[in-house]
Ligand binder design. Structure first.
Ligand code: GDP
Length: 365
């Protein structure tokens, strides 16, 4: 899963990104090593892994990971090519979801590009650039398809769809709110890969004082919440500066530091959870002596496709899956004990994998 961090200059994107990468770089094994300076890998905290690894005496624990991309340089006029604008927009096209950082902190030392703190205006500025870019894509499609549409009913239907979608965006709406009428429209919509069709998490960047009550007394945060509620998006409150400080602590210090601030978890953990739920993701687990590992899948994924996450051969040659809930497994103390109690299910290709399933795939090579 790949998340892109966007927002106006000076709202705290790099600060957040640096704290994410710092935390990521220090945590356990992940299957990537060299990373682009604008791409950071963050592991998904998952207590279940360590418990299973203890039981199996696993040599290695590999958590699920999320990739973050720092998409700096999105400014007013980006869609018209200002400040390398189009290049940044192309980067956004590749992500699964967007983290939109919004400045909700006052600080006279940090200049705001538009002279004042105003979350709604800032969100509109960024979203408009994304909308302009999407409209351009739709216009190109319309130009390409219109000629053939005279003799092709399907193409004519698509042109009509394109025009309605374009009109919707021209009213300042995000594509994600557009109601799709049938399967054709769903397929076309997915194919266009519009920027404003991507799910968004709004990260309200507040000062340290606003953290304890989750920004409840901060009117800027309220403005972000109002906006997000209208668009069915999630909001989470962070203080990027504090995240950066937290990322430099070791685990024990981190716990104490958070307790002092009256917090249960770091903003980073909140962000990861929010993105998991936003994208409808869950983790299933594999466990053994060599490695205990979490794998990210979409909710509703069936066993063969889940197996394909590990290796395409697993999907192609899928025979069945042996499945046990991780808690049942821990309670029994061993795989064989769980099996004796009848808690290990033999599942076929229609089985929908659940969060916390410990799975052993059987397959033909
Ligand atoms: P970017 O341009 O969006 O990447 O913004 P930066 O992360 O570079 O932050 C711009 C400036 O704002 C830097 O001087 C940061 O130290 C400062 N900054 C970032 N987050 C916070 C915050 O939560 N509170 C305060 N007071 N300053 C912040």
């Amino acid at each position: 899963m790949k998340l892109g961090i966007v927002g106006l200059p000076n709202v705290g994107k790099s600060t957040l990104f640096n704290s994410l990468t710092k935390a990521g770089a220090e945590s356990a094994n992940y299957p990537f090593c060299t990373i682009d300076p604008n791409v950071g890998i963050v592991t998904v905290p998952d207590e279940r892994l360590n418990l299973l690894a203890d039981m199996y005496h696993s040599a290695k624990v590999t958590p699920a990971v999320i990739e973050f991309v720092d998409i700096a340089g999105l400014v007013k006029g980006a869609s018209k090519g200002e400040g390398l604008g189009n290049q940044f927009l192309a980067n956004i096209r590749e992500v699964d979801a967007i983290v939109h950082v919004v400045r909700c902190f006052e600080d006279t030392n940090v200049i705001h590009v538009d002279g004042s703190v105003d979350p709604t205006r800032d969100i509109d500025t960024i979203n408009l650039e994304l909308i302009f870019s999407d409209i351009e894509i739709l216009e190109r499609r319309i130009a390409k398809s219109s000629r053939g549409a005279r003799n092709d009913k399907k193409l004519a239907k698509e042109v009509d769809f394109l025009q309605r979608l374009k009109a919707y965006l021209e009213e300042g709406n995000l594509a994600i709110g557009f109601e799709l009428q049938d399967e054709d429209e769903e397929a076309w919509f997915a194919e266009y890969n519009l920027l404003t069709a991507k799910p968004v998490i709004y990260a309200a960047n507040v000062s340290e004082d606003d953290l304890a009550d989750d920004g409840a007394s901060n009117a800027y945060v309220q403005a972000v919440r109002d906006f997000a509620a209208k668009n069915g998006s999630e909001v989470f409150v962070i203080c990027a500066q504090i995240e950066q400080e937290i990322s430099e602590l070791d685990e024990d210090e981190r716990k104490m530091f958070l307790e002092d601030l009256g917090l249960k978890e770091s903003g980073l953990e909140k962000l990861i959870k929010a993105s998991y739920s936003l994208l409808g993701l869950i983790s299933y687990l594999t466990a053994g002596e060599t490695e205990t590992r979490a794998w990210t899948i979409k909710k509703g994924t069936k066993a063969p496709q889940a197996a394909g996450k590990i290796h395409s051969d697993f999907e192609r040659g899928f025979i069945r899956a042996e499945v046990v809930n991780y808690q049942d497994l821990l309670d029994c103390g061993s795989y064989s004990a769980a099996k004796e109690k009848g808690l290990v299910g033999l599942e076929g290709k229609d089985y929908v994998v659940k969060d916390g399933d410990v799975v052993l795939f059987r397959f033909n090579v």
